[in-house]
Design a protein around this ligand. Structure first.
Ligand code: NAP
Length: 229
């Protein structure tokens, strides 16, 4: 068996007490407070790359930059770009050219597309970042992760959303999960949960080991290790 080389990968997410990461309007909402925000910023600054799905780009238009000037300085002094590489998983190259990821902050961007992405759109996105092609109609995540490792990415932070989280976990591509569970209920069967996608059958359930838990403001941070099958 050939073992696949990939980065160390973790998911960081904020969810409601009922496991939702957004409301049914599918727009970014504030679930955690300043302390958790700083923790997230530190995780970003300490990673080689941050990755999101196209659903999150279209819904929230995040810049995914490191916000603290001190953390940016620390990266620059270490010979790094002020921001980690920002990556979008986008099979059909739907990322808008004017997305904040391209506009805000310095640093590299990578758009991972599939072979079925329109060449014209790929050519436009090439002006904004590097393109990785992996998979026929949909991004082949294992292949893409291998490619990222080959490009020098050793630590990858995944920041959602629900569908990409499923894609990564169901392909056995996640080492650790950090979830901040906030003191709010969102509800709604169409509101995205922490993990959406097809879901596991009973005999396939993914097992986790609790590494740590910490009360932060009015919520709790849970750190899980994913036990690979
Ligand atoms: P998403 O997970 O960001 O992106 C999913 C999209 O990625 C898919 O629809 C697919 O689109 C693309 N993709 C390509 N290859 C894939 C693969 N192999 N596996 C999985 N996905 C693949 O979108 P989402 O599920 O709609 O989540 C967005 C919601 O999450 C928003 O409401 C946002 O506010 C919320 N969010 C919350 C947090 C939080 O921490 N609270 C963080 C991030 C996002 P294509 O087929 O077009 O490629």
């Amino acid at each position: 068996m050939i073992l696949m080389e990939r980065p160390f990968i973790f998911i960081n997410s904020a969810m409601s007490a009922d496991g939702k990461i957004s409301t049914k309007e599918r727009k970014q909402i504030k679930i955690s407070g300043n302390i958790d925000f700083k923790r997230m910023d530190q995780l970003r600054a300490g990673s080689d790359a941050i990755m999101v799905g196209i659903g999150t780009v279209l819904a929230d238009d995040p810049s995914l930059t490191v916000k603290s000037p001190e953390l940016q300085d620390k990266r620059i002094k270490a010979g790094l770009d002020e921001n980690p590489v920002r990556i979008i998983v986008d099979s059909n190259a739907r990322t808008p050219i004017g997305a904040d990821i391209f506009i805000k902050g310095k640093g590299k961007r990578i758009i991972i597309v599939s072979e079925s992405a329109p060449p014209k759109k790929i050519a436009e996105l090439k002006e904004k970042g590097e393109i990785i092609v992996a998979g026929k109609d949909k991004v082949d995540l294992p292949e893409a992760m291998q490619e990222l490792k080959e490009r020098g990415i050793k630590q990858l932070m995944v920041e959602g959303g629900a569908t990409l989280n499923w894609g990564m976990l169901s392909n056995g591509l996640v080492d650790e999960i950090y979830t901040f569970v906030g003191n709010v209920i969102i509800g709604g069967k169409t509101s995205p949960g922490f993990i959406d996608g097809a879901g596991f059958m009973e005999k396939e359930l993914l097992k986790l080991e609790l590494m740590d838990s910490e009360k932060i403001e009015e919520g709790i941070l849970l750190k899980w290790k994913v036990l690979q099958k």
